[in-house]
Design a protein around this ligand. Structure first.
Ligand SMILES: [Zn+2]
Length: 391
């Protein structure tokens, strides 16, 4: 039995404990929480900093790890996507190496579970052998072409079959984004997953996305033109992109909206009225990398939204670290309280991926992992704050 103590413990399901102690058995199961004064000091492992449950990364594209540093920052979404498509031609050996490196980096960063987007089966072997739990979202898009739905679905169904779902790993089939998924494909995907599974969708990442659905204007017209795909059949709908998704997604699935950079309070409230199991993944460093803007987190606090944190891929981030994401939020929107930020990074993420019975909080009986963070004065993040994995 290890009795681990630090300046503060953040159990997440209850208030932080100053000079707290976490008792953990040899399997990593939480046995008891306590106070340092009730223990003999010689029995304790004492650390400087704060202790939190293992971190959860709800949005990653591990299969894109080989493109680290290849795509320019600050270009906005559409040029970004165009660059990503160009760089997909890399040797399998390099791709596999980068995937293994990404998985190892996340483990070292104290990450215990990942929601990972897959368009291919490149990551399947790595995920099967990883110490991290993976929820694989096999992502489909047919560029709004009803005529392409069947072929798209069949193609990705093969990718789905190739994904591992053993030893705590899970998988589902998901739409890519409102601007890339036809009504037909949305309808097929709504029937594809079991009740209670998690479905993710990229949402409102750029102002042009709403503009496209509202008025059929903006950069998505060029996006389709560049791919030489006709959208003559697409009509302006006078609604936001999320409204289109809500019309066709299945409210019996947990729904993880990803990015939400342009999402406003009314959008969040509409989604909550549609499905009480909505989760909102924010990937601040990716938003800064691609669009150089961030969501307004006050909207999410005001609506009691269950926010989670993702890293996105190494194509649009400098590292795969939930601590670096928390630092970015704390730097630019410092009104988000530390305990709230840690809840986003742990328990909310675990719940979004259906791992809340074992991960996400230091509750007795769970095996959530244990992470030490070296904080600055007044429990603030400093540039040198890092995650140290204790379990
Ligand atoms: Zn993404």
């Amino acid at each position: 039995m290890r009795k681990i103590s630090a300046d503060y413990i953040f159990p997440i399901h209850q208030a932080p404990i100053k000079n707290g102690v976490v008792e953990v058995d040899k399997n990593g199961t939480i046995v008891q929480l306590g106070h340092r004064k009730d223990y003999a000091e010689t029995d304790l492992e004492i650390h400087k900093g704060i202790l939190t449950p293992g971190l959860v990364n709800t949005h990653c594209h591990l299969e894109l790890s080989h493109m680290k540093g290849k795509v320019d920052t600050g270009t906005s979404l559409i040029p970004f996507i165009s660059s990503v498509v160009q760089f997909r031609d890399v040797s399998q050996k390099m791709i596999d190496k980068a995937i293994a490196r990404g998985d190892a980096q996340m483990y070292k960063e104290g990450i215990v579970a990942v929601g990972d987007i897959s368009n291919k089966t490149d990551t399947a072997a790595c995920k099967s052998n990883s110490k991290i739990k993976y929820y694989t979202f096999v992502e489909m898009f047919d560029f709004l072409q009803d005529a392409w739905t069947e072929d798209t679905y069949q193609q990705y169904n093969e990718v789905y079959k190739g994904q591992a779902d053993q030893d705590g790993n899970k998988k589902s089939m998901v739409p890519h984004a409102p601007y890339s998924v036809s009504v037909n494909l949305f309808k097929k995907l709504a029937k594809a997953n079991k009740k209670g599974s998690t479905v993710s969708i990229h949402n409102q990442e750029t102002p042009d996305e709403n503009l496209f659905f509202q008025k059929k204007k903006g950069a998505f017209l060029d996006f389709y033109k560049n791919f030489d795909i006709s959208i003559d059949d697409f009509q302006a709908m006078g609604i936001n992109s999320i409204d289109y998704a809500l019309k066709y997604m299945n409210p019996d699935c947990k729904t993880l909206f990803v990015h939400n950079t342009m999402t406003n309070k009314a959008d969040i409230e509409k989604a909550h009225a549609w499905n009480k199991n909505c989760y909102w993944a924010t990937c601040p460093n990716a938003n800064l990398y691609i669009e150089n803007r961030l969501p307004n987190y006050q909207h999410f606090l005001d609506t009691n939204a269950k926010v989670t944190i993702g890293t996105d891929s190494l194509t649009s981030n400098w590292q795969l670290s939930i601590v670096e994401e928390m630092k970015a939020i704390a730097k630019y929107q410092s009104y988000v309280p530390l305990n709230t930020l840690l809840t986003w990074a742990t328990l909310n993420g675990a719940a979004a991926l259906g791992y809340e019975d074992e991960l996400g909080s230091l509750e007795v009986g769970k095996t959530p992992g244990l992470v030490l963070l070296n904080m600055g004065r007044g429990l603030t993040f400093k540039a040198s704050t890092r995650a140290k994995r204790l379990i």
